[in-house]
Design a protein around this ligand. Structure first.
Ligand code: ATP
Ligand code: MG
Length: 432
């Protein structure tokens, strides 16, 4: 029988790789906590309408990329392709949008049926951050500072750059859309098929086209910035001033429109030139109309999402992972002979209580002294404890693995003190 394989574009993270994920997640979580953002969790499956109404019918995601199916009740469900719409839905349903401000984050898998390649998968992970109830430039600036702090913490600041654009108020966008359509209509036949379709449904998305012929026509098209109103302009210039004062470098990119329908005002991307075509590691913007568009409480909102795989690829590319990330064992408890197995399990538990955080691997499955010691060295443990005998013992052998020192044999009750001394550990007082 053929062996069953994972779905194409959906990756396992094997134990050799998980420390890298944990390194990112721990750093991000610590930073978000330091900014006093709260974690929110919501399902991976939602009603299809949630994404159609938020991301927009005429977008790549909704037209081509969603995993949509009917469940046994005949309801149309979709595996979430992104988190913002879900977060807004959950926050509104949970009563977090009415008359208050919220700073939230989430982390989890997203699903898009795209062509798998480096940095592009069908199940991929995003860290998303969303803030509700704040309509000014200060929260926008804070979000960008938070990103900058994360890049610094991860050691990748030199390799990512920030691009910004101002889409204006939704009325500005609508007026611009009309002008763009009027400009493009005479050229309709020369546009690529996707753009021809979008001329009717979502004309701004034509700006995103990668087709050379369409790009050529767009060169003379009206520019969005000419349509942006005074209020939006003022907010955006506030943001730029905050960034200047914080020393955050940025480039203004008038062509940046983003692939989702719900943005207004600020849109931004952090990109890198280290990952080829999959260059955007983080993207976001303001989306004040989304909640109401979903039938919920109207609230100003701003947020972003970063692709975790791409950030890990970047960390690897520029060798920014700390050394020794993979080591997971501090103390190896060797168990030689069946008579000491129960005792070893107990000793392991006592030591874990005495030294919270110390990683103690209790050997299971038997085997000879030498074979077990070899494993102790191989896993990078700093010390080995050896219990050996056909019946319970009163002593244990202890051995430092970092040098060639011989083992010592001590009463069982002295193991704690020995570890504390030799490994420089602080003991946690027993509560028994
Ligand atoms: P792209 O232009 O690369 O397709 P996008 O505009 O579709 O990106 P967003 O929807 O803004 O991406 O998602 C935010 C981030 O999530 C992206 O910047 C990227 O880092 C990551 N991302 C998006 N799609 C994928 C994918 N299929 N595989 C891995 N990461 C992804
Ligand atoms: Mg995409």
């Amino acid at each position: 029988m053929s062996r069953i394989q994972a779905i194409r574009g959906m990756n396992d993270v094997l134990p050799e790789q998980t420390p890298r994920w944990q390194y990112f997640e721990d750093g991000a979580r610590a930073l978000l906590t330091a900014y006093a953002y709260q974690e929110i969790r919501f399902p991976v499956l939602e009603q299809t309408q949630l994404f159609k109404r938020s991301i927009g019918e005429a977008t790549d995601i909704v037209e081509k990329e969603m995993y949509t199916f009917e469940d046994r009740n005949g309801d149309s469900l979709t595996l979430r392709p992104e988190g913002t719409a879900c977060c807004v839905r959950a926050a509104d349903q949970g009563g977090l949008l009415y008359n208050q401000t919220r700073k939230l984050w989430y982390l989890g898998p997203m699903y898009r049926h795209e062509r798998p390649q480096k940095g592009r998968y069908r199940q991929f992970y995003q860290l998303g951050v969303e803030a509700f109830g704040m309509g000014d430039a200060d929260i926008e600036a804070e979000m960008l500072l938070l990103c900058a702090d994360l890049w610094q913490r991860l050691g990748i600041s030199p390799y990512v750059k920030l691009e910004l654009n101002n889409l204006g108020a939704s009325e500005d966008r609508a007026r611009y859309g009309a002008a763009l359509r009027e400009f493009l209509l005479p050229h309709k036949d020369a546009l690529d098929p996707d753009s021809q379709r979008r001329l009717g449904s979502n004309v701004l998305r034509v700006l995103d086209s990668k087709d050379p012929g369409t790009r050529e026509i767009l060169r003379d098209a009206p520019r969005l910035d000419a349509f942006v109103g005074e209020a939006s302009r003022a907010g955006f210039s506030n943001l730029l001033q905050f960034l200047d004062e914080a020393g955050i470098a940025y480039t203004l990119n008038p062509a940046l429109v983003r692939g989702l329908d719900y943005y207004n005002g600020l849109v931004f991307e952090w990109t890198t030139d280290k990952l080829g075509a999959q260059s955007t590691v983080c993207a976001g913007g303001r989306y004040d109309g989304l909640s109401a568009q979903l039938g919920g409480t109207r609230t100003p909102a701003v947020g972003f999402a970063m692709g975790i795989e791409r950030i890990l690829l970047l960390l690897e590319e520029v060798q920014a992972f700390p050394a020794h990330l993979g080591q997971s064992v501090d103390v190896y408890l060797a168990v030689v002979g069946q008579g000491v197995q129960s005792q070893a399990l107990r000793l392991g538990r006592e030591l874990r209580q005495a030294f919270p955080g110390l990683r103690i691997l209790t050997h299971c499955g038997g085997g000879k002294y030498n074979a077990q010691l070899k494993k102790a060295y191989a896993c990078g443990a700093r010390a080995a404890l050896i219990l050996e005998g056909d019946q319970p013992q009163t002593t244990v052998k202890l051995r430092l693995l970092s040098d060639d020192s011989a083992s010592v044999e001590l009463p069982l009750s002295s193991a704690e003190g020995w570890l504390a001394r030799e490994l420089g550990l602080k003991q946690h007082n027993h509560v028994e």
